[in-house]
Design a protein around this ligand. Structure first.
Ligand SMILES: [Zn+2]
Ligand SMILES: [Zn+2]
Length: 250
């Protein structure tokens, strides 16, 4: 007699197939599998826009038009920045917006390989174990972490660690306040809202390590800047920010 498991196998596979069919989770039509992060080729071509120059040399804000020399945008001229530079892999297209939203808020974890591949593909052009010593994800507030059950920044940072061999450390900085209302705030309000949002939580300071700070989206850069400040104040040699997407600042 067949074992109960052998008998059940096709049923289990069928049941799993309902949750993970080899179909694109955006258009729900074309083929896409786990390795592709369940995004088909068509949707990929349509919705993935790698950020190419010209952009602000500090914050990476895309500049529309012809610029031949290196420049910084007016936002960066106004605020004190604690990171050397911030770069994002892709623009905040409707596809990226929806994928990140579903990944974070609906636990659509099958999108993770798609997001991490985009980030790694762009970041690996300038980030290596020769140029950087440490990868740090932007932490979530403990309450939010309990709600979401995972920190998307830490998951992306882990994948960048695997791709580059640069060690990732998660608990250097902690988030002191839950700054969930950020999206409705103006640039100025965001900066004020992020004040003292992070604190150093490791026993010892860093010793001049060149840090890659990772998050899923950067909008005005207030969050990244606030976190970079804590790293700088606690011994980081430099901070480079890398995010999957760059949203438009308010
Ligand atoms: Zn598709
Ligand atoms: Zn800028």
């Amino acid at each position: 007699m067949k074992s109960i498991l052998t008998q059940l196998k096709p049923w289990i596979e069928a049941a799993l197939g309902l949750f993970y069919p080899n179909a694109c989770q955006m258009c729900r039509e074309a083929f896409a599998d786990r390795d592709g992060g369940y995004i088909c080729e068509g949707c990929h071509v349509e919705g993935v826009r790698f950020i190419e120059p010209p952009f602000c040399s500090r914050c990476g804000l895309k500049f529309r038009g012809e610029v031949t020399e290196s420049f910084t945008c007016s936002n960066c001229d106004e605020v004190e920045l604690h990171f050397e530079s911030a770069r994002a892999a892709v623009g905040f297209t409707p596809l990226i917006q929806e994928v990140i939203h579903r990944y974070k808020y609906n636990r659509a974890v099958w999108f993770e390989p798609f997001l991490s591949r985009i980030l790694n593909e762009a970041a690996l052009k300038t980030v290596s174990s020769d140029t950087h010593d440490l990868i740090v994800p932007i932490p979530l507030h403990p309450l939010k972490l309990r709600q979401r059950e995972f920190n998307q920044a830490a998951r992306l940072a882990r994948s960048l660690e695997v791709a580059t061999g640069i060690p990732m450390r998660e608990k250097l900085v902690s988030r002191m306040r839950d700054t969930r209302t950020q999206t409705t705030l103006s640039r100025k309000e965001r900066a004020a809202n992020m004040k003292n949002a992070f604190a150093w939580s490791a026993r010892n300071p860093l010793k001049g390590e060149r840090v890659v700070l990772v998050d899923d989206i950067m909008t005005t850069g207030a969050t990244a800047n606030s976190c970079a400040k804590i790293l700088q104040q606690n011994g980081a040699g430099s901070v480079t920010v890398w995010t999957v997407a760059r949203g438009g600042p308010k």
